[in-house]
Write a protein that binds this ligand. Structure first.
Ligand SMILES: [Zn+2]
Ligand SMILES: [Zn+2]
Length: 142
């Protein structure tokens, strides 16, 4: 990885109230939509659309003191959110990656495309999933 790529800002994002701002150092391409029952409760909607970047491509610019975290007991699931406005925020996806809810992006989202739908088994009965994204009944399988 060369230094020039690493220092270039490819996308920026913020929460609803603007206290939390972050930037991404990698061009974004793929969207994963999770339809699981926990993500549906967390958003009060059909699920959450995120992109996934290496931790090294993500940094909080301001408002890190406004970030709160909730972990669902007995589940491998966590949600970061803004203390002031409640917007879901980026969080730890796995050891080396951060997930970023794509609707937080203020720039750099233009080329994003839905590539995968996860936990389609748990989708809301009223939701109809369309488009080219691959549908996985449960967790993402390579
Ligand atoms: Zn906020
Ligand atoms: Zn989910």
């Amino acid at each position: 990885m060369n230094k020039d790529n690493n220092s270039e800002i490819k996308a920026i994002g913020s929460c609803n109230c603007g206290k939390v701002k972050f930037e991404l150092l990698q061009a974004l391409t793929d969207v994963f939509v999770c339809h699981c029952s926990i993500c549906r409760k967390a958003t009060g909607s059909g699920g959450i659309a995120v992109t996934i970047v290496p931790d090294t491509s993500f940094r909080v610019v301001s408002g890190s003191d406004a970030v709160r975290q909730w972990t669902k007991p007995n589940h491998d699931w966590l949600c970061n959110f803004c203390l002031y406005c409640g917007s879901p925020l980026p969080g730890k996806n796995d050891e080396l990656h951060t997930y970023v809810p794509v609707s937080l992006l203020d720039s750099g989202y233009e080329q994003l495309q839905v590539k995968h739908h996860l936990y389609v088994d748990s989708k809301a009965p009223w939701e109809y999933i369309a488009g080219p994204g691959k549908q996985h009944l449960q967790a993402f399988q390579h």
